[in-house]
Design a binder for this molecule. Structure first.
Ligand code: ZN
Length: 243
């Protein structure tokens, strides 16, 4: 079984004035957990900002194969220590999938080490997501491209390290293009960033989007989990914080 933890800040969906509350009344995390949980090889759980320590502990991550992260306006509410736990688990081999506005989440920024900034517009643009690497496991079952009738427009420059592989390119009818599906390896862990998923559109109900997230879970499933060979109190594992 692949043990998946879907993490979501769960803020927009609880705001009755936000469209997200009617599209995902139980939250984006539960929606994603719902379609992934139908797979025989996947065991799924969820966590949000409302849980103690964001529902993240070292032990829980040791028992997680792949974490999926959705966040937007609550990035700053995630304690730095939680971001470090996620980063360290990925270095040990845990897979991580960052969706949409999670490009500015603390765990993603720590794993990338760059600004992770981008340009954006909210203008109801159609997005056409092109498959650049049809042989990649994450692109299986997707045609040459698929379309989302409405998405938030994300544009370059995207402040990420050059991806190991650029699986998808998003084109928006306003003219922007964006590196919409990127992979990296960080020590032993596989990382996938996937751009679609603004909370006011039913993007996660799209069958191609669901297929890509499912493919990404299987691709990110750890090959190996190993502790840091230089784990020693006098040698910080990753950059930590001055308290
Ligand atoms: Zn958004």
């Amino acid at each position: 079984m692949i043990r998946v933890l879907v993490w979501n800040e769960f803020m927009h969906e609880k705001d009755e004035d936000n469209k997200a509350s009617s599209i995902y009344p139980d939250g984006i995390h539960n929606y994603i957990a719902g379609f992934l949980g139908k797979e025989e090889d996947i065991e799924v759980s969820t966590a949000t900002l409302d849980d103690e320590n964001c529902g993240i502990t070292k032990e829980r991550l040791e028992n997680t194969d792949v974490i999926i992260w959705w966040g937007h306006c609550g990035h700053h509410k995630v304690p730095d220590e939680v971001a470090v736990l996620v980063q360290e688990a990925v270095l040990n081999g845990m897979g991580a999938i960052f969706l949409h506005s999670a490009h500015k989440s603390k765990p993603f920024m720590r794993l990338m080490g760059t600004s992770c900034s981008l340009t954006w517009r909210e203008s109801d643009d159609l997005e056409r997501v092109w498959v650049n690497v049809p042989s990649h496991p994450i692109a299986q079952g997707i045609g040459r491209y698929f379309e989302l009738p409405g998405e938030e427009t994300y544009g370059e420059p995207f402040g990420i390290p050059t991806p190991d592989e650029l699986i998808f390119t998003g084109w928006f009818e306003g003219g922007e293009v964006f590196r919409s599906g990127c992979t990296w390896t960080r020590d032993n862990g596989r990382v996938f960033y996937f751009q679609p998923g603004h909370e006011t559109y039913p993007t996660y109900k799209n069958p191609d989007v669901q297929k890509i997230i499912l493919n990404a879970v299987r691709w990110c499933n750890p090959v190996i989990r190993i502790p840091d060979a230089m784990d020693c109190p006098c040698l910080p594992r990753v950059h930590s914080f001055n308290k």
